[in-house]
Design a protein around this ligand. Structure first.
Ligand SMILES: Cc1ncc(C[n+]2csc(CCOP(=O)(O)OP(=O)(O)O)c2C)c(N)n1
Length: 629
């Protein structure tokens, strides 16, 4: 064969020699530019043909990924040295054809990548390098692969047990997206390794009980007991807020939050899942606010001091809700702003291809549920939920990006929904074809179990034993529940200030104290170039206050802030045009007329014992309110 065909052309460097000798034809140049365009297209559009759909059809072939579109043949590619197209090609990638085949594998596999919308060169290079070298991928040991199987068998077994024991009750099963649990496990592990003190999480109903049981470690008997007490057993075909009421707020079992402490060696990480309102996605700004609150040290005067290592945030979204609800872009818009940023949120779309009974085609004008994130330059990693190893790898990359660049990253976890929106709904009435496919689709434990069987890591007996063990464990918990009580679920009491009137609180401040605070508020740094017209306003106020013991609205507010800071209570004030005040009464951040630099008189208060944060917010109502809440 070698004699017959000789060495490949690229090896004798004919093309290179021709180039050096100035003999390169225009045809050569055309072929090279075509090949480069094709390679570029694979990087940019590989996601269009990626193998990320467990059900719901194989994506159509795209012309953008067709060599013919670029007028280049296999033969042409074979005759091209790899390094002409890809200077970092690994040594086994020799020809242009090898490059194409290698990159196709990388970009159209079980994980898809979209990062062409990211404009930072540094970030693009980093992502490209990670993706193409596969450096982010975790090398799971044999034991870890089996543990992963055991983990998803637990999740599946838990959901099946609930189905069996609490017939006709809603649980918003995770089935079809079981890999979400190992994904969250990985985040917890990485955050703990990085000594991040808090993981603040928000999510809606889908898979929440499994997350509570397996990620938050909520005692399973408690979950069972909440099922026993649900008065909505027979009623309520949809998600709603009628249900068991604890105290005055009233809520249902799949809205409860929880906290857990995980410890590994020295470092301890607290996971906090926020309570969820029925209103989808409204938890997003609340979780961002939790995270910022945990990061901000507010014990000294000036702006508070932020430490990203104190907390990170994780948000799990529904595919229909993420693209549909306006609160989502409102919250994403906060992510890069000084007053609101939290050093990167990990977003996971729990993508089951359907929202209640609404298909993709009806739910959005975009191709993907994640497309909104592109406008915020958030890298998108899409993964097939039927491949738990790919899922864990995908979140590893998302975490590393987010941690490194202190920016948001999104994992589009694509699976399906084995039942209806809830377990009382009949999805075959509205999605007959999809559910015919789902009914015939093996569960992830079966698919992954088969994979491990092929690797000789487990056999059928092992898998059956794992499954039986889960049912036995759960049965023991169920049988061991002594009484059907709700012990341990504390009633939420109405806060005093709401129960009684705020008028009971004494807030007056002695006039001498106010005078001193006022003097301090009028101090400026020596080299500060004040705006004269504003100075006149401040001087008029001073006169009015000292001579007439009167204060206008702006003066009154400034003195109120100052006295609160003196009491050691930090203040955070945000909203549209907060610094100046919409009607120009405040001016609590002053601009140097020569340098444009700023000075906040509240930061010059010698007696202040706490931080004063003030930020102009974007033009948002709900997200800003949620964040501050
Ligand atoms: C703001 C708001 N609108 C409507 C609803 C009612 N509702 C609850 S779940 C749901 C479908 C959500 O679909 P998706 O986001 O894809 O999540 P999935 O249930 O499929 O996991 C709807 C319309 C709600 N709870 N909140």
């Amino acid at each position: 064969m070698f004699d017959q065909y000789g060495a490949p052309k690229w090896m004798d460097r004919t093309v290179e020699k021709q180039y050096v000798a100035g003999e390169m034809s225009i045809d050569h140049v055309k072929k090279l530019t075509s090949a480069m365009k094709y390679v570029d297209a694979i990087r940019r559009f590989g996601h269009l043909e990626a193998d990320v759909y467990a059900v719901g059809g194989i994506p159509e072939k795209s012309n953008l990924l067709n060599a013919e579109t670029y007028d280049i043949s296999e033969e042409d590619l074979r005759n091209m040295p790899a390094t002409w197209l890809w200077d970092k090609a690994p040594s086994h990638v020799a020809t242009g054809l090898d490059v194409v085949q290698f990159l196709r594998k990388r970009y159209t596999g079980k994980i898809a990548f979209e990062y062409d919308h990211v404009k930072s060169e540094d970030e693009r290079n980093w992502l490209l390098e990670q993706i193409e070298t596969g450096r982010f991928e975790i090398k799971l040991s044999k034991e870890e692969m089996v543990q992963l199987l055991d983990r998803i068998i637990h999740v599946e077994g838990f959901e099946q047990f609930l189905q069996k024991k609490f017939v006709g009750q809603k649980r918003f099963s995770i089935e079809g997206l079981e890999s979400m649990i190992p994904v969250l496990d990985r985040i917890v592990k990485l955050a703990n390794q990085d000594q991040i003190e808090n993981i603040m999480m928000g999510m809606a109903h889908r898979g929440r009980l499994s997350v509570l049981a397996y990620v938050l470690g909520k005692p399973i008997d408690k979950i069972f007991s909440e099922f026993n007490h649900a008065p909505d057993k027979e009623l309520m075909p949809s998600e709603g807020s009628i249900g068991i009421n604890y105290g005055w707020t009233g809520d249902v079992k799949y809205h409860f939050g929880a906290t857990r402490e995980v410890k590994n060696g020295e470092a301890s990480t607290r996971i906090k899942l926020a309570h969820n309102p029925s209103h989808l996605e409204f938890v997003n700004p609340v979780v961002a606010g939790f995270t910022r609150a945990a990061q901000d040290d507010r014990t000294e005067r000036g702006y508070s001091i932020q430490d990203y290592n104190k907390a990170m945030s994780v948000l799990i979204h529904g595919d229909a809700a993420f693209i549909g609800e306006g609160i989502v872009p409102e919250t994403l818009n906060l992510s890069g702003l000084k007053g609101y940023r939290v050093g990167g949120t990990l977003h996971i779309i729990a993508n089951n291809l359907i929202g209640y009974t609404t298909d993709r085609e009806e739910a959005r004008s975009t191709r993907y549920a994640s497309d909104l994130a592109k406008g915020y330059e958030i890298p998108i990693i899409r993964v097939n939920a039927d491949d738990p190893i790919a899922c864990v790898n995908a979140i590893q990359l998302a975490y590393e990006y987010s941690h490194r660049f202190k920016k948001d990253c999104l994992l589009d976890l694509v699976g399906y929904r084995r039942y209806g929106h809830n377990e009382m709904d009949e999805p075959r009435a509205t999605q007959p074809l999809m559910y015919r496919e789902i009914d015939n689709h093996p569960t992830v434990t079966t698919i992954y179990g088969e994979k491990l069987k092929q690797k000789n890591l487990v056999n059928d007996d092992d898998i059956n034993k794992m499954k039986e063990n889960v049912q036995t464990e759960l049965e023991a918990v169920y049988e061991g529940m002594k009484e059907d009580t709700l012990a341990g679920i504390s009633e939420v009491k109405m806060p005093d200030v709401l129960a009684n009137s705020i008028d009971h609180y004494e807030t007056a401040v002695p006039i001498e104290e106010l005078k001193k605070l006022n003097d301090d508020l009028l101090n400026r740094p020596e080299d500060f170039n004040a705006f004269k017209r504003l100075n006149r306003v401040f001087n008029r106020r001073k006169k009015l206050f000292e001579e007439g013991q009167k204060a206008d609205w702006g003066e009154g507010e400034a003195l109120a802030f100052a006295s609160i800071l003196k009491d050691g209570i930090p203040i955070r004030l945000t909203g549209q045009d907060s610094e100046r005040g919409t009607f120009a009464h405040r001016h609590v951040v002053l601009y140097d007329t020569e340098t444009g630099g700023t000075y906040c008189p509240m930061h010059g208060l010698k007696d202040a014992k706490a931080s004063f944060d003030i930020h102009n917010s974007p033009l948002s109502v709900a997200a800003v309110l949620g964040f501050e809440y």
